[in-house]
Write a protein that binds this ligand. Structure first.
Ligand code: MEV
Length: 303
């Protein structure tokens, strides 16, 4: 039996703009998806994924791998997740990456992280049709990355004293729907929307510098500014705004929604001293604090 896992991700900067070829900053989180591949007694592929109804990414991996690698007919694929799909941590890309890694090892193939990323990106795009692949990069390489457009830039960024609190709104957002709405808006008002994306890109370059200098107040200001741009884009929500405001009032350096918006999670950059108070403030505002570590390892084999 072979077991592999890949991490989920959290978007720090560049949400939505990344869809249009702008850079973003993404970090891999400690919530992982684990895939095992084992021999199966019947002459068929058995897929065992409790709680996961959408097998489209698994089928897409299998159809690619069967035509390229000599995959035995009798295998059992089991998927276990340490996170709920609701948080928006990117389970589709993590499942795709972990499965490819497990199947490569099962068929005695050496696969580099770069090859794994490109293979998984190809699979994810074949299913989703659109996407920049930042979540595939986080699942493959792990750590915290400056990422641009289908792997044009993949640069690890330093993660020193960054303390983040993740607040879940309790609302599951539909990324596909929100991304489609933003695309419609951009069709109607291309100049205004591209101006927002250009300003987000500017924030991403500054965030890279702030991370290199380990400058938390600056990084916090950039998060606040980014959240305002996402509000202007129309992807925030009352709940997200109230959690962001609660974190700020309790002394966060900065706070913003993370990901597509409307629901899922917000993040707050905090100091060690203020951490407890800010968590309490987020809870009192109706958010669920999700305990998760950041800057985690990418895809790996498990024993
Ligand atoms: C969702 O986590 C981030 C978006 O930028 C969509 C995407 O890039 O796939 C909103």
């Amino acid at each position: 039996m072979v077991k592999a896992s890949a991490p989920g991700k959290l978007m720090l900067f560049g949400d939505h703009a990344v869809v249009y070829g702008h850079p973003c900053v993404v970090t891999a989180v400690s919530k992982r998806i684990e895939v095992s591949v084992a021999e199966y007694e019947r002459n068929e592929v058995c897929i065992d994924t409790p709680g996961v109804n959408d097998h489209s990414f698994i089928h897409a991996v299998l159809s690619r791998v069967s035509s390229l690698w000599c995959l035995p007919r009798s295998i059992r694929i089991t998927v276990r997740s340490s996170f709920s799909g609701a948080y928006g941590f990117g389970s589709s890309s993590a499942v795709t990456v972990a499965l490819i890694k497990a199947l490569a090892t099962y068929t005695s193939r050496a696969i580099s992280d770069r090859e794994l990323f490109l293979f998984a990106l190809d699979v994810v795009l074949s299913v989703q049709k659109v996407g920049s692949g930042f979540d595939v990069a986080a699942a493959s390489f792990g750590r915290t990355l400056l990422y641009k457009n289908k792997g044009e830039i993949i640069e690890p960024l330093p993660w020193k004293d960054i303390r983040l609190i993740v607040g879940y709104t309790g609302v599951k957002a539909s990324t596909v729907e929100i991304v489609r709405e933003v695309a419609e808006k951009r069709d109607h008002h291309p100049e205004q929307i591209d101006l927002l994306f250009n300003r987000m890109e500017n924030i991403v370059w500054q965030a890279k510098q702030a991370m290199k200098e380990n400058n938390m107040p600056w990084l916090g200001e950039l998060m606040d500014e980014h959240h305002s741009l996402l509000q202007t884009l129309g992807v925030s929500s009352e709940k997200l705004d109230s959690l962001v405001l609660a974190a700020k009032r309790a002394g966060a350096f900065g706070a913003k929604l993370s990901g597509a918006g409307r629901g899922d999670c917000m993040i707050a950059l905090v100091s060690k001293e203020r951490e407890e108070d800010i968590s309490t403030a987020i809870r009192l505002a109706g958010g669920e604090v999700v305990f998760v570590a950041f800057d985690e390892e990418g895809a790996r084999l498990e024993v």
